[in-house]
Design a protein around this ligand. Structure first.
Ligand SMILES: [Zn+2]
Length: 467
């Protein structure tokens, strides 16, 4: 569908009466359901479940076979043919996953510019292009066939929802980017139902304090078994329910994605909903898939893609060290992504074994985005600021902005409890966290703007954009 047609449809939707909007939501939901779960989905989910008990050796053998296969397929695209030739890379000769390192990294800019040249065949009618926007810049088009989408959803089902007793059939509350309620309308309902597949979509654009009681009531009435949400979207609901003593439903689990989750957000959301948060790690590019197990560890699925975590010098980061995510997906044979720089910074765990028994590597922490990496005046990288907010009360949301080499702004949305003492503690914490030689200012704002795709950013590097 063209952009103009989409926008016309959006306008039509906004003007339609409530009942028609729910019919449209149900129609949309049914189409999504068919694309994801009809066809090869059930068989794929069974296979994914079967592989779950594999040993590390079995996973590595599978990775070698998959890397050879995706390499062979990639040769059908002009982009990779040339790349392999220049590097002298022969997929058939690959003996271990690390042999892939003779190939150069694939940047997000290259995907944006040469995405078409990476296609290994002409896209068929069932191919959808997904946009990966990142936090800034022009979106990249990711081509995914219907078959591939079903494989991805097989992982969601078997390696995420099933792990806490839910499934693709569970009743779901979704706090996502879909504008289900006209943004200018300030009266409830701020949600729409998909009656056929049992999903309630909540608007994340109306989460003002005066509306939150409505959200809580509808959640309680709808009683979701599973919630999918941006942490920044359900955090205000959870905070409100705890502060006002309003009851919330108890889903089996809450799956958060896309944003880094602070310790305070996690505590509040888990307490308010009386269930655990299961973080899911992935991207529209679909070359890495991670989900949280019963023990609270984020496992990366080695049969979904080959993950490398690299330091600035290109060498693999040791467990416990921060490094950039580089991944090679096994699922996309139409547009292979080989050694793709996803843009995230993570730390792999030092744990070689999890009590859940799965032999899948563990990500200790998703630290943030590469472009959000800030540096102290001494040049040390710093990306997480949780310690700065520790023990500081009366902050609804906080964001750290670096404006100059030595100038950091802490932008906060204060609650009535935020006093001069709290501000002094915050500044002291920041000084301790960054070390000497920085100017730190606190800026109080009514709200912190989201990105174009509705995401909250905990850290912003304003030096990069002004340079
Ligand atoms: Zn585990």
């Amino acid at each position: 569908m063209t952009r103009a047609a989409m926008s016309a449809l959006d306008q039509l939707y906004s003007a339609a009466p409530l009942l028609l909007q729910e019919v449209a939501t149900t129609w949309y939901g049914w189409r999504v359901y068919r694309r994801r779960y009809k066809g090869i989905f059930a068989e794929e989910a069974r296979r994914v479940r079967e592989r779950e008990s594999w040993s590390t050796e079995q996973f590595i053998a599978y990775q070698i076979q998959q890397l050879r296969q995706i390499g062979e397929v990639a040769r059908h695209s002009p982009f990779y043919r040339e790349r392999f030739q220049l590097a002298g890379f022969d997929p058939a000769a690959l003996e271990k996953p690390a042999d892939l390192s003779v190939l150069p990294l694939l940047s997000r800019d290259q995907l944006r510019l040469h995405g078409q040249d990476m296609l290994t065949a002409r896209p068929e009618h069932d191919v959808t292009t997904y946009k990966s926007s990142g936090t800034s810049g022009t979106p990249r088009n990711i081509y995914r066939s219907r078959r591939m989408d079903q494989m991805i959803w097989a992982y969601w089902d078997a390696r995420c929802w099933n792990w806490f007793g839910a499934s693709h059939r569970s009743r779901k509350a979704v706090f996502g980017v879909r504008k289900v309620h006209p943004v200018r309308r300030m009266d409830p309902p701020f949600w729409r139902h998909d009656w056929l597949t049992g999903i309630c979509y909540f608007s994340i654009y109306h989460l003002r304090r005066e509306n939150l009681a409505h959200y809580c009531r509808e959640l309680q009435r709808f009683a979701p078994e599973l919630m999918l949400a941006y942490p920044s979207a359900i955090y205000p609901v959870a905070r409100f329910a705890l502060d006002e003593g309003v009851s919330l439903p108890r889903p089996r689990g809450i799956v958060t994605t896309s944003e880094t989750l602070s310790a305070e957000q996690r505590r509040t959301i888990e307490q308010a909903f009386g269930c655990r948060i299961y973080d899911q790690y992935g991207a529209a590019e679909a070359c890495v898939f991670g989900a949280t197990c019963e023990q609270g560890h984020l496992h990366v699925s080695p049969d979904f893609g080959y993950l490398e975590v690299l330091k600035a010098d290109g060498k693999p980061a040791e467990p416990g060290e921060m490094g950039e995510v580089v991944c090679t997906g096994f699922l996309n044979e139409l547009q292979p992504l080989i050694r793709y720089q996803l843009g995230d910074v993570v730390r792999l765990s030092r744990l070689s074994h999890c009590a859940c028994g799965r032999n899948m590597p563990i990500i200790e922490e998703i630290c943030g985005r590469v472009e959000d990496m800030l540096h102290t005046v001494r040049g040390d990288p710093v990306i997480r600021f949780d310690p700065a907010f520790k023990g500081v009360h009366g902050i609804r949301e906080g964001q750290v902005v670096q404006r100059a080499k030595d100038l950091f702004i802490v932008r906060i949305v204060p609650d009535p409890g935020f006093s001069a003492d709290e501000e002094a503690t915050l500044i002291r914490n920041m000084e301790l966290h960054l070390g000497p030689g920085h100017v730190i200012r606190v800026e109080k704002v009514a709200q912190i703007p989201r990105t174009a795709s509705g995401k909250f950013r905990a850290v912003v590097n304003e030096m990069a954009s002004s340079a």
